[in-house]
Design a protein around this ligand. Structure first.
Ligand SMILES: C[S@@+](CC[C@H](N)C(=O)[O-])C[C@H]1O[C@@H](n2cnc3c(N)ncnc32)[C@H](O)[C@@H]1O
Length: 276
């Protein structure tokens, strides 16, 4: 069978799990052959000699296993990042968090930033790419995440700007001074029933506690206690009112909540009233 025929045949197996089945089979094929889309375009009518290997990948994808874990790639902020199982797959809405942070950090000459929960490293790596003279400490409790984040920092040549280390929230960075803390922490309620594709991702990257916002509250406390000027966080779409009340107690200089691409509440930016 030709590549064109094989793609058509296997696309039918993916109709239930994606609205772009042809594209996804093509992505799996290109990953398998380590080729680019132009190559495929030129070779559509040629014989395919990797049907068995492609079939295995497509069948795994048909179980709703994320394509990013099959191809070890995910796009974020227009860049292609390495992805591995046991580390959260980047989500498009986290780009908004990076954009918001970039705007403020540009005003600093030598900003020092703490990222809590680096995962694949997308946030720290993008900030390191976007902001000259930035110094970042990125922490996570998951060693696989720290390893992957280091790999991505090297891939984008920003490893000198970021120190990754294992830490439960602020535990191992309490003595350092930061201008900003940024985090996309786990914020889903423990009893929330995840869609099947999300169940393949690590639960300690997703669930934030019985209410969902427990880690967010600890991060707010930690940022205030450590006198960090700015705190930028992603949160759940239904957590605004509780967190708004919680943040008020700290009497911040300002607190802005922002929405995601679907117009759902998705995060907040706090400026604490601290001496620079
Ligand atoms: C929602 S993921 C975000 C990953 C990445 N920053 C992103 O936006 O794709 C949350 C991350 O926080 C980490 N994490 C969970 N609990 C933590 C804790 N107590 N201290 C530090 N990191 C934690 C998880 O291992 C996971 O990598």
């Amino acid at each position: 069978m030709t590549y064109e025929q094989i793609i058509k045949k296997y696309a039918s197996l993916l109709k239930e799990v994606t609205h772009i089945p042809v594209k996804e089979v093509e992505m799996l094929l290109l990953f398998l052959l380590d080729k680019n889309p132009i190559w495929l375009h030129l070779n559509y009518k040629n014989e395919c000699d990797c049907e068995d290997a492609l079939g295995k990948l497509v069948k795994k994808r048909a179980t709703d296993f994320p394509i990013e874990y099959l191809t070890n790639r995910a796009n974020f902020y227009g860049e292609s990042f390495e992805v591995r199982q046991n580390v959260l797959i980047p989500r498009p809405e986290t780009e908004i968090l990076v954009e918001k942070a970039e705007k403020i950090l540009k005003e600093f000459e030598n900003p020092k930033v703490l990222e809590i929960g680096v995962g694949s490293g997308i946030v720290s790596v993008m900030l390191a790419k976007l902001i000259p003279n930035i110094e970042i400490v990125g922490v996570d409790i998951n060693e696989d995440a720290l390893e992957l984040a280091t790999l991505n920092a090297k891939k984008f040549g920003v490893e000198d700007k970021i120190t990754f280390l294992k830490s439960d929230l602020f535990e191992n960075v309490a003595d350092e001074k930061f201008d900003m803390c940024i985090s996309n922490p786990p914020y889903i309620k423990n009893d929330f029933k995840l869609p099947k594709n999300v169940t393949f991702e690590p639960s300690n990257a997703l669930f934030g506690g019985d209410d969902g916002d427990e880690l967010l509250k600890k991060i707010i406390n930690g940022a205030a206690e450590n006198k960090i000027h700015y705190l930028y966080c992603e949160m759940g779409f239904d957590q605004k009112s509780r967190l708004e009340q919680y943040i008020k107690v700290y009497k911040p200089k300002s607190c802005e909540f922002y929405k995601d691409y679907e117009k759902l509440d998705r995060g907040f930016c706090i400026e604490f009233d601290v001496e620079r």
